[in-house]
Write a protein that binds this ligand. Sequence first.
Ligand code: GLV
Ligand code: MN
Ligand code: MN
Length: 483
Amino acid sequence: MAVSPFTRRSVMTILFDYLALSLLSTAASAGSMFSDTGISSRSDLFGEILRDEAVARLNELGKVSDADGYLERTFMSPASVRVGNLIRGWMEDAGLRTWVDQMGNVHGRVEGMNANAAALLIGSHLDTVVDAGIFDGSLGIISALSALKVLKTNGTLGKLRRPIEVIAFCDEEGVRFQSTFLGSAAVAGILPATALQISDKSGVTVQDVLKENSIEISEETLLQLKYDPGSVWGYVEVHIEQGPVLERLGFPLGVVRGIAGQTRLKVTVRGSQGHAGTVPMSMRQDPMAAAAELIVLLERLCKHPKDFLSFDGHCNDISVESLSNSLVCTVGEISTWPSASNVIPGQVTFTVDLRAMDDMGRESVIYELSNQMYQICERRSVSCVVDRKHDANAVICDSELRSQLKAAAYSALKKMAGEIQDEIPALMSGAGHDAMPMSHLTKVGMLFVRCRGGISHSPAEHVLDDDVWAAGLAILAFLETHM
Ligand code: GLV
Ligand code: MN
Ligand code: MN
């Protein structure tokens, strides 16, 4: 008899809840680890490279923006290209051979002792959301480069058993084209050729933007970007947690167990454009009021999936309960036409971002949502189209990589704090990461770094200098296991 994925999820949830509870109970003893300031001068901790220089570089990247007054870097924008050049220089400074591929990803590689061995890839993204913080994406690139620079400084870069390649991916956030992971999906070989023709708000396609930057890409060359799975050993990503759990637990680092699946929709509601003063309320076909009802429906459905989902063969009480634990839905962008205070809009478009650890549960929610949306639109005599812009299934991180990263994090924190009595926390990620598409190519593992107040996708995003240091030291310890 087939096991329902809902049942599987419920076991995972129980395990996760158990883990979170046991960690919470030990959190108090973890406390603040780095109260001893004597560590700053210890040469075996490479504070100058892993903390001071890494933090300076993060701040430098954080100043490179396409917007005045806030941080924004989208796919192949002038600021993204400038940041790519900076990163390329820092890759060379760490002893890596560099190149930019035909999607605009920046690569730096060292062959180590055996250029034919399967390579360890380490990466994250150089693009940002609008009004971003400086750590999302950049921290993963900078911590890998700092750790490699320490190996170069020590003269041990050539002792690596396998090639190590750092990749700064060009697009994880999907701000410009709504389709996320353009860079990592190309490397993983799962980016459809049609992605080259997706256009941004001004009608410029992915292919056009690359051409503007002197990069010629065709369907054929896109296929060639895919790495041969046999040439890759695994993929590792360091990322800020973007949530509050590590801070609550008093730990600078945590290991990721898995990443929630996600879907992005674009909903277009069309009605009858008209004069705000002359059309009686009973005679309107107002897409704005309809969109408001659709958005509130989404919120109700995601807050209380139990009240909406049918209890068929796939879906039972426990499975819906488990779905409720991870399901989150957001409308983050809305636009209206013609957008004037004295005009009943003719069209309203909004995005939906929907995430859950359970892929089948996510599908059920989308099915139910679309059904009910069409019913509401019909009742209101407006038309409504739901476009699926992006899908990524949930990912479970590789258990071998998880234990290696856990040991590396433990060793880094022990070096910094002297003694640690507690286990490195293991967390689920609600945020999407380049590790998701990369999991189609190879095994993946992730390390999370504590951030202040759990805040991310905001200029208030903050990581302590010592936690940047801890992340670099952990990646260094991890790399040393490949010698
Ligand atoms: C990426 O930051 C995401 O939207 O999860
Ligand atoms: Mn992000
Ligand atoms: Mn990110």
